[in-house]
Ligand binder design. Sequence first.
Ligand SMILES: N[C@@H](CCC(=O)O)C(=O)O
Length: 390
Amino acid sequence: MATKQAAILVLADGTCYRGYAFGASGTAIGEVVFNTGMTGYQEVMTDPSYRGQIVTFTCPELGNTGVTPEDDESDRPQVRGVIARNITALPSNWRSRQSLPDYLKAHNVVGIAGIDTRALTRKLRSLGAMNGGISTEILDPEVLLAKVKAAPSMQGQNLAQAASTDRIYEWADKTIPEWEFTEPSQLTGEAMTVVAIDFGVKRNILRRLASYGCRVIVVPADTPAEKILSYNPDGIFLSNGPGDPAAVTQGIETAKALLAADKPMFGICLGHQILGLSMGGDTFKLKFGHRGLNQPAQNQAENADRRVEITSQNHGFALTGESFEASPAILTHINLNDRTVAGLEHKTLPIFSVQYHPEASPGPHDADYLFERFVNSMREHKNNSKQVAA
Ligand SMILES: N[C@@H](CCC(=O)O)C(=O)O
């Protein structure tokens, strides 16, 4: 058996963990966060919301099912580095095209395995997410620590523009029929035109919009409101994305301008935070964030019977509940783990958003109904506008 190449992980508080390298050789510095999902490592690694972060997986073994291009949530892995307990020696799945280490190597992403990821996670839970570095070339912890300390904090970083598309395009791919889980009758009806503002969008969000019959026009993060409205959309979608929402100042200004346009709007994760900020809310950095597939979000609406959705989440910031007291929005969902804001809606306009990922790739499908709700609100709004015009 080949000898394992040594690698180290150093956290900003000076803790050093020793393990072995997998994936690319080199050094990666970023915010160290943990994801508790037991499946979906490829979708997590390619989710643009993880840009700039080194992700620790609490799942004890990664790589078992290899990697397949159909499961990419963007065109490449977006994580800066990967921390694992163990990497499988023999990937096995009929869809697998490449092993996880080879995939990460091909995309120059550094990984470290052999780490007690549960102990590391407990540390991040008690001290909070912090910057760290993994390296296969700098094996002196003090030298790596100096680099970690020189790295900027995630707070204040606008990463959405870099994660966005640089061209406008139409998205048509739907969820493939063998994986569709929604009744076909719910997926039919007049097609609605949606402009999706890409702050670092996951492909499965676009796929779900297309599956619900939307014509989806994807535009870059810095697209002005006038350009968005020039497509005469039936609705506007604000995507997920990386970094600090408060730093996405242009996106917040665009959302403010769109509020005045009287169009249905739907925001997911960063898009939800941007909508909240545009309606007078504030955001703050969570201690260690929510990243996993079993986050309970409770629907506060009377008619929803306080239903709890088990949701897929990935965020390090959240809206401050108290900041909505004088806002035109109300809180519709809360995260039951820490009672932070998990959903919003405008009091009078057809605008709503959630902090979690209803497209759930990976994750449970409890919240898929939100895409249907968006489509229904666009249809209703269009019919009402036609009646007013008549
Ligand atoms: N970057 C934001 C949003 C994440 C997302 O959109 O997935 C956060 O960490 O809170």
